[in-house]
Write a protein that binds this ligand. Structure first.
Ligand code: SAM
Ligand code: SF4
Length: 324
């Protein structure tokens, strides 16, 4: 197992497979994805070697993300290739849900077993305004379909935005009353690109926490190895609510994940100041041992926490580039 100098272990890899996205979320890609002409994202054979190295280092949970990962033509093939590795217990992906309704069955059959769907508002107009697309109902239908085909771990990502969706807590609670999904409120994070937006719309997750506590929701005891989300449950509700508050004290002590960018850089932290290129070590099966040694070595440099509170967002310009 990969363990760092602060005794944190890393069973979880987030793998960005593209930076391209068809949505234009205000906090992420407000002008939509702009082509650079240098879109050379990891190929499937490179991804295969990368994953082989990480699973030998103890990783058992892998998430495909982006950009919008499902935009890749070989998305199902990539998922299937990774899910077929016996060491991979959780094969997850994060999506804006735009193809979910039609593809949920195909993706489930490919071996994906956990899914995070972003839906920042249950109000169609609001959703349109935030994402640039009038597709709230389509995404909701996709969630229903995912549950119907058998996905058991379904999470709904909601970025909390002051004055935009902060009055929708009760709507989300009504949604999880009978729907067995976990709604996860994510505090808006500052990135290299979004400072003005961040200053205007950031709101502490305590805003949601206070409402949950008032309504009788109970904070669950953290299990060892669980990630940084704080989870709440209520006996009258089928679903649950999680809070992801990167600005809170001790957020980083529960860090259990490493990230790979779509071009094969290792990122020790979402907000770190270095990307360590691994792609040149993904060209031949014979490179596996040196790749594993390089990953182990780099882990020695993982810092105890990010420096977001000081406004240091590292080299990340927006989350579509690193994979949220
Ligand atoms: N396109 C997919 C999606 O939106 O689900 C996957 C990639 S997206 C970068 C992953 C998650 O990061 C989404 O839930 C998104 O809302 C979240 N995200 C993006 N930018 C963020 C920011 N600045 N602060 C907090 N969450 C952010
Ligand atoms: Fe695209 Fe996801 Fe970023 Fe929205 S949050 S613009 S869906 S990558």
């Amino acid at each position: 197992m990969l363990v760092d100098n602060f005794n944190r272990s890393f069973p979880y890899l987030r793998l960005s497979i593209t930076e391209v996205c068809n949505f234009s979320c205000q906090y992420c890609l407000p002008n939509g994805y702009q082509k650079t002409g240098k879109e050379h994202f990891l190929r499937i054979d490179e991804i295969n070697r990368l994953v082989d190295a990480f699973v030998e280092l103890g990783v058992w949970k892998i998430r495909l993300t982006g950009g919008e990962p499902t935009i890749r033509k070989d998305f199902t093939e990539i998922a299937q290739m990774i899910a077929s590795k016996p060491q991979v217990e959780t094969m997850a992906f994060t999506t804006n849900g735009y193809r979910l309704k039609d593809r949920a069955q195909e993706w489930y059959d490919a071996g994906l077993n956990a899914i995070n769907i972003s839906i920042d508002s249950l109000n169609a107009k609001n959703f349109h305004q935030i994402t640039g697309h009038n597709r709230m109902q389509e995404v909701r239908d996709g969630i229903d379909k995912a549950l119907e085909v058998g996905f058991e771990k379904v999470k709904i990502n909601v970025v909390l935005l002051k004055g935009v969706n902060d009055d929708e807590v009760d709507q989300y609670l009504a949604y999880v009353k009978d729907t067995p999904v976990s709604v996860r409120y994510i505090e808006l994070m500052q990135t290299g690109d979004n400072l003005t937006y961040f200053n205007k719309f950031h709101l502490s997750a305590d805003h949601v926490k206070d409402q949950l506590v008032d309504r009788g929701w109970v904070e669950n005891i953290r299990t060892p190895g669980a990630g940084p989300a704080v989870n709440f449950t209520h006996s009258d509700y089928a679903g649950s609510v999680g809070l992801i508050a990167p600005y809170s004290k001790d957020f980083c002590t529960a860090c259990n994940r490493l990230r790979i960018t779509s071009t094969g850089d290792l990122r020790l932290c979402l907000f770190g100041n270095v990307g360590i290129p691994l792609r040149h070590m993904l060209q031949d099966d014979d490179q596996k041992e040196s790749l594993k040694a390089a990953i182990r070595k780099q882990l020695e440099f993982k810092a105890s926490s990010h420096f977001l509170a000081m406004g240091d967002t590292g080299i990340m310009t927006n989350l579509s580039s690193t994979g949220g």
